[in-house]
Design a protein around this ligand. Sequence first.
Ligand SMILES: [Zn+2]
Length: 484
Amino acid sequence: MLNRLVFGLVCLAGLAGLSASPFAGEQVPFLPQKTAAVASIDRHASELARLSDQVWAYAETALLETKSAEAIAAFAETQGFRVRRGVADMPTAFIAEYGQGAPVIAVLGEYDALPGISQKAEPVKAALEAGAAGHGCGHNLLGVAALGAALAIKEQMVAGKIAGTIRYYGTPAEETLGGKLYMLRAGLFKDVDVVTSWHPGDETKAETKSSQAIVDFIVEFHGKTAHAAADPWNGRSAVDGLEIFTHAINYLREHVKPTVRIHYSIVKGGDVPNVVPDYAKLWCWVRDSDRAGVEDVMARVRKIAAGAALAADVESTLTVQGGSYNMLVNMKGQRLVFDNLQWLGPPRFTAEEQRFAREIQKATGTEQAGLDETIVPFLEKPGPPDGGSTDVGDVSWNVPTLQLTVTTAPKKAPWHAWPVVACGGMSIGHKGMTYAAKALAATMIDLFSDPAKRAEIKKEFAEKVAGKPYQSYLPDGPPVIPRR
Ligand SMILES: [Zn+2]
């Protein structure tokens, strides 16, 4: 039903010669290639849904997405894309490309799942396999929709309607905030004009809010062991150092901006009470609305680590092991995304799908509002980011990056949780995915066809990054591939 409806709107827009947007804004011109791209995605809809279900069922976690990456890469290959596997020292990273020369327009794909949230495609909590991973962030939909969009562009290239290079980035390990950073470091984004990207969500919008910048680090304390009763005066407790550190971090909260988030987990805090522990380890994340804010807090965190060690008469080390930038929002680009959403019209769901969504909302104690079938108005002044970070942020500081969110789950559904897995494995997810593919393809057609639009987007990007050279938080060396 969605496809027919969208196609109807497309035809209307075609007759009008302009986008049918009832909102003010820079309307995008009607391009027949868009109608053709939408039709192309409709034609491939069932095989895209099958591919997404396959990835959903594999549910592989960060850097172990072997079968998922291969399924998507192999499909791209059968569709005529040139595929380079195992790029940037990651077996599950790949690039699929079609066409040649400028412009180079890219689309990002992700396909990693989250541990421990296996779930059937049912509206009540029920693990498909107890303790196994599940697609609680909808990355099965994300990865496949992006390829669907690339495929529609490729078909327009074959038809001679647009020229240039379409490139799909198979980016692993989004959930551990890393895949894209390694691909950036390997120089794989150097020749790209504009990147497009989407994420599943509970609403449909051109994202003008940024995400949080984050740094991920380890603090370790080394002391001197002793018998805790016989001669504790000969011991220097690493756990004392750790406790003073966390204590001071929790005082620090009072003196940071409200946008700052600090969270930690004690990884090693001694073994038994009767031994003075000589080692303690803490894993910590600091976030803020931008990288500079994170760095301000980090300067103080480093002092706290040194101070805690001094107080406990132990040694401390602080090791940064990763992190991401906040999203650099490109307003010209986001406006283009928004205009294409308006052109496409909002996603629609059946009564049965709405029922499924309300059942989930009932089960999770959220308002039974069903699935959102609107397009969120364009937010000119979106305010600080909501909680959360993504490695798309790093891409956005290297190449102008456009970001879209599409409804694939019930309104206010808990994220990284079973409802998202459930919807991602049935028609609700498939519809959101198909819609996202169309929105991305339509936006990319403008990017390919309109050099002035590309120039505008690139100009805004250049102005925003001026004087702020990109510095990755990645440590030296290749990524560590986890063991199964
Ligand atoms: Zn995600």
